[in-house]
Each structure stands twice: as C-alpha cells, then as structure tokens.
Design a protein. Sequence first.
Length: 400
Amino acid sequence: MRVLLLGFYYPPDISAGAFRCEALVHALARRLPSGSELDVITTEPNRFGREGQWRPDDAEWPEGKVTITRLEVSGGGGGMASQARAFASYAARVRQLTRDRHFDLVIATSSRLMTAVLGRWVAKRCGARLYQDIRDNFVDNLPSVLPHGTGHLLAPVFGGLERWALARADRINLVSRGFEPYFQSRYPGQRFSWHTNGIDAPFVAAFESGMFEQEATGRVDQPLQVLYAGNLGAGQGMEHILPALARRLEGRVAFRVIGAGAGREPLCRALAEQGVDNVQVLAPVSRDDLLDAYRQADVLFLHLNRLPSLESVLPSKLFEYAATGRPVWAGVSGAAARFVEQEIDNAACFSPCDVDEAVAALGRLEVSSRPRPAFVARWRRDRIMDEMANEIMALVMDEA
C-alpha cells in the first residue's frame, strides 16, 4: 500500500496546521500494514524568518515506512500575494514529483482550499482514493478577507474549484462543527467527519508533569500578566481591540503578545500612535519557550475579528490555552463562544472588538491556576488523530 499526504506546513513551522499534520503522520505510521509506504510532501520553513531551521533527522524514518520530502518554495511571507507564489511553487514541485507514481490513497490537509485542489488532481491522475481534511471555510471567508469587493468577485471561481476538489472525495473531515451548515448544504451526498485540532503532545506532557501548576510568584501589587500567543492577521484583528483595551487597563494589566503575521505591523503602529506602553510585542518562540511563557502568565487572551465568516471558526489556540489551567479571556462569538461556554471552566467571552465587554469579562475571571483534567483527556490530539487515522485507513482496507 502506498499513501501520499500533502500538507503545506510541517514542523518546525509553528502553525496549527503543521502540528496537526505531524500528529497525523505519526498516527498513520503506527497503522500502516507491513510493506506499506507513507510519502509526505511538505515545505521547508518559509515564514517568520525561520528558513533553514528544519530538522534533518526526520526526513527519513528508521523503519522506512515514512519519507518526508521538504520543498523549498518562493514567497511565504505574510501577504496573500506572497502566499500564492509560495503555493504555486509547491504545487508545481508536487506535480513533478508525483508524475508516473502510483498511490492507493491521497490525503490532503488544507486551510486555503488549494492543497485540497492539488490533492484531488493527484488522486484523479493516479486513480487513488481521496481523503480531504478541511481546516477552514475558505470560499465563505473570501468576501470578508479580500477588500473592495474582490472577494465577492473571486468567490464563484474558488467555489467551482471547491466543488471539483470535494464533490468526488471519498471522505471529508471538517475541523469545526461550525462549518457543517455550509458544507452539508453544498454537498448533501458527502460523508463528513469532525476530527478537530486538540491539544498537542508537549502541552499534554506539561499538564501531566504539573508544570502549569507552578505559578509565578511575587505578583503582589504588580499588574496582571496577560498573554496572547499565536498568529497576528486579519482573522485576529488585534489592532482593533488591544490598543484601546490596554489603555483602559493601564496600571492594572501588562499585555505580552508573541506572534507574527500580516497584522503585526498594524498592531504595532496602532500601539505607537495611541501611546500605549503596557503591551510588549515579541517574535514567535520555540515550543519550550512558549510553554514557559504560558506558565508565567496570569491570564491567556484570545481575539477573533468582527467578521461574519469567523462565526464558524474554532481556534486551535483554545485547546492549548485550556490545557494550561489558566483563565481564558476570549473575544469570540459563534461556534468558538459556544465551545468556550460549554467546555472550558474559568473562561469568559466578550463580543469581538468591544472594549467595554472585554473589561467586564476580565472581571468575571478567577485569577488562579485551575487544572482541567477532563478537558485534556477528551481533547488531546493523539486520541483525536488515532480516531482520524483509523477512519483514513478504513478507506483503503475497504471497511468504510
């Protein structure tokens, strides 16, 4: 049996998609029958100045079951144009590498649709079964993401590509239940699954070791330490909430932001223009340093922009935040707000971009470490990926 997995991001890239892809590879490798091969085609790190920081030791697995091919791509910056160039480079190389090769199954994990389109193209060419892992509702988001009506003009084009990529897939996984109305209405005959992101192994290990229970000391009469760690883009809209919120809470709260993306510059500019000095913006850090940053924080902050398309999104950040036991302060609505209210204790939501509601929500939190063992047990990524890998393997074992 020969399986191909296409995923644009893979560790040491620090995106949620990279960690998801790695966990899926490990789960699949444990289930491959003797003599089977899993080929993973991904990219070398190409964002946030992390070029060249990849690990050569995972390019070939000792048991020979898994081969990871990392492609150098052009572009890869924060803007959509550079991302499009990077993907075009990736797609061209994938087409070249898979020419005249046979696969029994193609798996594509995709957030911006085009990896799913590429997966469909490879599967169609070699007559393979196709499993699509959809991490975002790209077509529905376009009108909100692209300005000046461009998104409305392009949505029908990408809608056609979406139908071509998904209509004939053997199975489709959606990472958020919030995507269900959109996809079920367009593909009523399809089989859908909902294997979400979950908590990565390092966070589970840190929870089990009691690392997060070691609270920072010496905070008497000191500002509350609030941390956001993650992407800074249009979806987060940090420039629309953090400057005004930080000014309102000056002297009471010190914000620390760890991340990068297209929204970093607008955020820093807004902070400077408004004279905010209680927000520190830092570059992305390693996982070990990130774990330590979580341990030092009093409260973890999250925000999604006020866009209709984000009502269906379930941020992967919520899972690792909840695993720390820290209070969660979340500016979210829709599916994310429902998840927080139903699944995470000592968490408070407020309407995106609403400073008054944000201040009130902070007041509802108990500022203490409160372990969430039931949450960790239910939402650990290795368990979720094991279930997903079983479902994928059933496609080629004629059990699904």
